[in-house]
Design a protein around this ligand. Structure first.
Ligand code: PHB
Length: 390
């Protein structure tokens, strides 16, 4: 008898699992994010952005209430870990949408899972250009490295910088940044006088800084994923006398990221970068966003990663409204293509061909504003597509 009861229960479970989700069922979003380890700040910020959207705009779209399931794929650079967690989200948790992805190796590893399971995948940070080519169900709301690099290369060539040394992290985004900087800068007549790739984990910058000092370039161009190492790098640059030697520093805006800007301190003052989001961006949308952010998370600062999460959630919400709560991968992607909105970062859209983000890239300078270090925007390139795909 007991055995029979058990098998009936088991059969009911199997049946429930195989039934298609009803429109009134919650929409399950599986967030794959580094929540602990060296890149824990990425997970924290992206989750902040997603949750802030739900707290300020409501949590039900197209008739379906959003349910978040967060999986910690620390360290965020081990693709096999991210892949196993994404498979668990699909098989055990039966999520409708895969989202998050702090670092490129995580997005690369999960893209085939999205394709196989036919699940939409919303990339909220990972920024190597090729990420969006890894699954037809993938849409990105962050940025791409070539997109945020080309404008600073153009700016450098127009502002008296003739010889540049490049230093990047030795993985996808770093290779993209190095390649795009070289391409744009040399096409404008500039010269690359040296290049190094630093390990992503535990880099020792001392020999690189010495080499740069000896080479005497006009400027160093840098891409490093923000964290403890970038803070150490910025301090080392000043302490080892590179600033005093007149060597300028230019970078993508992840270097003076708001999350670590105060930790870098005055060593960041005057740093010129190009990027898609600054806390100091002047617009009514950003004012409302940053005020809501500080109310919800008084101990943190809004940065580009929380922005990627916020806009990623906006995209999911708008798609669900359009499809009446249907998150079928084909329908999701069709609804997302060409979508346009005014984000707190400025006007953005989803390129219907590449499923990647099109946005304004700003040139900014680190200044102290009302006692706080900020990336103050002073120039911009509008509706800029990823040059990495052209
Ligand atoms: C990435 O791994 O794709 C990545 C991480 C941090 C960034 C940009 C790109 O700031």
């Amino acid at each position: 008898m007991r055995h029979l009861k058990k098998s009936i229960v088991a059969a009911a479970f199997t049946l429930a699992a195989s039934l298609p989700a009803l429109a009134a069922d919650p929409i399950k979003i599986g967030l794959v994010l580094p929540m602990t380890g060296p890149f824990a700040a990425y997970g924290k910020q992206i989750e902040h952005g997603v949750k802030l959207y739900l707290a300020t705009k409501g949590d039900t779209f197209g008739g379906r209430k959003v349910e978040l399931i967060v999986k910690d794929d620390a360290p965020g650079t081990a693709g096999d870990v991210s892949k196993r967690l994404a498979q668990e989200l699909v098989i055990k948790d039966k999520v409708d949408i895969l989202a998050g992805f702090g670092l490129t190796p995580s997005a690369f590893a999960v893209a085939p899972v999205a394709t196989e399971a036919k699940k939409p995948m919303v990339v909220m940070n990972a920024a190597t250009s090729a990420v969006t080519t890894k699954s037809n169900y993938l849409v990105r709301t962050s940025m791409t490295l070539p997109q945020i690099t080309a404008p600073i290369a153009t700016w450098a060539s127009k502002n008296g910088i003739k010889k540049v040394f490049t230093l990047v992290a030795d993985y996808g985004p770093g290779h993209d940044a190095e390649g795009q900087f070289k391409k744009t800068f040399t096409a404008a007549g500039g010269e690359i006088v040296g290049e190094v790739r630093a390990p992503v984990k535990n880099p020792d910058f001392a020999p690189f800084l010495q080499k740069i000092k000896d080479t005497k370039p006009d400027a160093v161009f840098i891409f490093l994923p923000p964290g403890a190492e970038t803070i150490a790098f910025m301090k080392g640059f000043t302490e080892r006398g590179l600033t005093a030697a007149g060597i300028r520093l230019i970078a993508t805006g992840d270097l003076p990221d708001e999350d670590i800007l105060e930790a870098i301190g005055d060593a960041a003052l005057g740093l010129i970068t190009s990027f898609h989001y600054s806390e100091a961006h002047k617009s009514p949308e950003n004012k409302a966003y940053t005020e809501a952010y500080y109310k919800a998370y008084p101990k943190d600062r809004p940065n580009f990663m929380s922005m990627g999460g916020y806009d990623g959630m906006h995209l999911i919400a708008e798609v669900l409204k359009k499809t009446g709560g249907n998150a079928d991968a084909e329908k999701f992607v069709e609804a997302a293509k060409g979508m346009k909105w005014t984000s707190p970062r400025g006007p953005i859209s989803i390129d219907p061909v590449t499923r990647d983000i099109v946005q304004t890239i700003y040139i900014r300078k680190v200044e102290r504003v009302a006692g706080k270090l900020q990336n103050v925007e002073f120039d911009q390139v509008n509706e800029f597509k990823d040059p990495g795909k052209q």
